[in-house]
Design a binder for this molecule. Structure first.
Ligand SMILES: Cc1cc2nc3c(=O)[nH]c(=O)nc-3n(C[C@H](O)[C@H](O)[C@H](O)COP(=O)(O)OP(=O)(O)OC[C@H]3O[C@@H](n4cnc5c(N)ncnc54)[C@H](O)[C@@H]3O)c2cc1C
Length: 296
């Protein structure tokens, strides 16, 4: 089946308007952003929304900037930012190169030119790349509904495959990543061919004080990591020194705790092996960037 079922179409003029439309049309309505996940699902009749609410005109959801609050800075990424914009963002390169690493290996230019950060996170595909990157960065998702805004940690954003905490009449507005000194981050992915979804992928972010790891984040995708997170490996690393041996051990711990499933992209033991190896590689590169700059 390649033709969607009949649906009504509304074009929102602002966030409040989009929320009002979601409220009016109820749970059978869906937001459409880039449409690269939703429209194929509609064509296959996996998704059959009665009303599509288009949020492509919402300037409030666009742009990448530095936001300051209570003396702390954060990188603010609007939900309607396209993958290409994040890939080419000088602010992302400067502060969180993990995002640029990840964007470089997401799909192809056609998808990246239309697909959005918000659509990717809300689609909540268990092989999605940015969820792992934002988990590693300890990012925060900002969600708006009729009662105002609320903030949810990236680690609590997904409640299961294709499920998130965003309610029926809510919108993901932006993602915020706190900017703190001494950081380095990197993303490593194995794919069957260029532009494919991950066989496995992992991202790491480190915050260093000299050679001591003061904070760490490790995100894994496509390997059944709970909340895209390698929490036990993070606990092992936090507070200790930067050493190759400890990065290898963190990879071993991460591999021990993932729950991959065999599919056309590979058997379980191969994905488990990749989870460990990619964790170690991402940590190694994140540390080099924290110590020697983004070019490392
Ligand atoms: C061929 C192909 C290859 C791909 N490869 C990869 C890959 O390797 N790695 C990867 O990570 N991704 C990959 N993707 C996914 C891609 O990143 C899409 O952009 C993404 O899935 C959805 O973004 P979208 O803006 O198109 O969302 P849409 O399809 O418009 O929406 C997806 C879902 O999110 C909801 N939604 C959208 N925006 C919001 C919002 N602001 N608030 C609340 N709900 C919202 C919609 O209602 C819908 O349910 C691939 C996609 C394709 C088509």
């Amino acid at each position: 089946m390649q033709v969607p079922a009949q649906f009504d179409y509304e074009r929102a003029t602002g966030v409040a308007h989009a929320i009002a439309l979601l409220t009016r049309y109820g749970p059978e309505s869906r937001l459409v952003a880039g449409g690269h996940s939703l429209i194929p699902m509609m064509k296959l009749r996996i998704a059959n929304p009665e009303t599509l609410i288009d949020i492509n005109d919402l300037d409030e959801l666009k742009g990448i900037s530095i936001a300051s609050a209570d003396g702390a800075d954060a990188l603010r990424i609007g939900a309607m930012v396209r993958h290409t914009e994040l890939l080419e963002s000088p602010l992302a390169v400067e502060h969180f190169p993990i995002l640029v690493d990840a964007e470089r290996v997401i799909a192809d230019p056609v998808v990246r030119n239309r697909g959005t950060i918000g659509g990717s996170l809300c689609q909540a595909d268990p092989s999605e790349d940015l969820s792992a990157a934002f988990t590693a960065l300890h990012a925060v998702a900002v969600i708006e509904g009729a009662d105002g805004r609320r903030e949810v940690s990236a680690r609590e954003f997904h409640t299961g495959p294709y499920q998130t905490v965003v309610g029926d009449a809510e919108i993901l507005v932006e993602v915020r990543v706190p900017i703190r000194p001494g950081s380095g981050s990197a993303y490593e992915k194995v794919e069957r061919r260029v532009g494919d979804w991950a066989v496995a992928a992992g991202g790491a972010a480190l915050w260093l004080d000299a050679d001591t790891i003061t904070e760490v984040g490790i995100g894994l995708t496509a390997v059944g990591a709970e909340h895209f997170c390698a929490a036990q490996a993070e606990d092992y690393l936090r507070g200790g020194p930067v050493t190759e041996e400890r990065f290898v051990e963190a990879g071993r711990i991460a591999a021990e705790h993932v729950r991959p499933t065999a599919d056309q992209r590979g058997p379980e033991d191969y994905k488990r092996h990749l989870a460990g190896e990619l964790t170690t590689r991402a940590l190694r590169r994140a540390a080099a960037r924290a110590q020697h700059g983004t070019e490392a």
